[in-house]
Design a protein around this ligand. Structure first.
Ligand code: ZN
Length: 448
């Protein structure tokens, strides 16, 4: 009896089609996933897996798949959603976003924004986020409270930030963060340098060395706009990718956000150095930054995952929308309807993202031994009936609001779209009150 109790799974997710996202693994109709503690202990046909468990989740005939991995975002920026739209990146950043952040992003505001972003992420089926913001210890605490898996850095930039007066201060904070969270089950500490145009060579190297010392991800925005690339070519005679490669800061631990304006030579360099690319199609289109050469990056073997970017430039954290847009965008650009097909795009949402963040040993697929980050999506709404091919459905028809249940690290965090880890209604009211305050403060400061 004692043995049976010890072996009994804590959680069983059953009555759904399982998409493991393992390479070459077909959808498993009438499948089930069993979880013990934080780990997946069985995946397969329900008849083979099904045993009693402490908690049973009925997927209701829907999809059971790995949680989505958002490889690039700025979570607390949900509070600036829609504050300044329809502007080019440089003007948007320098005249609106940075002044607004300076005016309002206190530690407490970042905590609230991060929690609210965690709620939005969970309800969109996102179980792992790679943040890039300020007040990292507060961000990490908020994400642990919400139960989300996350990569969390403190951003280094060559001017004072809302949390650090100098880059040296930010680097010291990153060191403390790396030490404190080195063995945390949910938080992977990281080092971030904002971009090659906003962080000098000396600090870029220091940041990359710190990431190497702790063997953690090194996050940076790269080649997001034509302006960035043209100014590097003019001033240094090198593209941003070649400049960073020459500095020796690119490695398999690098998460390069955007890479919109990269040459064939740059793509080969990214592939050779094992750099992961976080592609953000919605944000890149909205800011008219351009379109990343995603099919070419994938063809050269570059690791790619999707990112939403911050909600000030997306304007949501709906990662599925980025994947769905990408599947359509490249067909339109190339005139080739076979470009970026659903079976290529869908795994990038979880397996691809996990690869980019260096977390593929733990997450990204539904496989025995991996951490239990699992979502269930409903298939009963009109837009989901009939569903002949689950992969096609996910990329061409599904909606984030179809996400019904979410499990992270073996814990049920969303049940029938109800967030269990934080009080959504109380948070909403706090965010609404803060939004009124932000509007007043930003208008006063002339940021709008
Ligand atoms: Zn960004």
């Amino acid at each position: 009896m004692a043995t049976e109790t010890r072996l009994m799974p804590d959680l069983l997710i059953t009555n759904g089609t399982v998409l493991t996202m393992e390479p070459g693994s077909p959808p498993l109709p009438q499948g089930a996933v069993a979880v013990k503690g934080n780990t997946i202990v069985a995946v397969g046909p329900a008849a083979e897996v099904e045993v009693s468990a402490t908690t049973v989740i009925d997927a209701g005939g829907g999809l059971i798949l790995p949680g989505l991995v958002n490889t690039h975002t700025h979570l607390a920026m949900v509070l600036l959603r829609g504050l300044a739209d329809d502007l080019p990146l440089k003007e948007w950043l320098e005249h609106h976003i940075w002044p607004a952040e300076k005016a309002v992003m206190s530690q407490e505001v970042v905590r609230l924004g991060t929690l609210w972003a965690a709620v939005e992420s969970l309800k969109a089926g996102v179980t792992c986020v790679c943040d890039m913001y300020f007040h990292a210890p507060t961000v990490a605490e908020a994400l642990v409270e919400a139960g989300l898996r996350a990569v969390v850095p403190e951003s280094v930039i060559d001017f004072p930030t809302p949390s650090c007066p100098t880059p040296e201060h930010a680097l010291q904070r990153q060191r403390e963060l790396c030490w404190e969270y080195r063995q945390h089950p949910l938080i992977t500490p990281a080092v971030a340098a904002h971009a090659p145009y906003s962080v000098g060579a000396k600090n870029l190297v220091k940041a990359a060395e710190l990431a190497e010392e702790f063997d953690v991800p090194f996050l940076i925005h790269v080649a997001e706009t034509r302006w960035e690339v043209e100014s590097f070519l003019k001033e240094k005679g090198l593209s941003p990718v070649q400049y960073l490669a020459n500095l020796g800061v690119l490695s398999p631990r690098t998460v390069a956000a955007h890479c919109v304006h990269v040459s064939q030579e740059d793509i080969a360099t990214l592939a050779d150095l094992g750099v992961g690319v976080a592609t953000n199609p919605v944000s890149n289109l909205k800011l008219a930054s351009g379109v990343a050469p995603l099919p070419q990056l994938l063809a050269q073997g570059v690791k790619v995952g999707f990112g939403t970017d911050g909600a000030a430039s997306n304007n949501t954290l709906d990662l599925l929308r980025d994947a769905q847009l990408a599947a359509l965008l490249y067909k339109g650009i190339t005139g080739d309807p076979t470009c970026m097909p659903a079976p290529v795009v869908a795994p990038l949402l979880s397996r691809g993202g996990a690869d980019v963040l260096g977390l593929s040993a733990h997450i990204g697929t539904l496989s025995v031994g991996k951490r239990a980050d699992i979502i269930c999506m409903d298939l009963t709404e009109p837009h989901a009936v009939p569903t002949f091919d689950p992969m096609s459905h996910l990329i061409y028809a599904a909606r984030a609001s179809d996400v019904r249940h979410v499990v992270v690290e073996g814990k049920l965090l969303l049940r029938n779209r109800e967030v269990l880890s934080v009080d959504e209604a109380a948070l909403r009211s706090e965010v609404q009150q803060l939004a009124a305050h932000i509007r007043k403060k930003v208008q006063k400061g002339g940021a709008l």
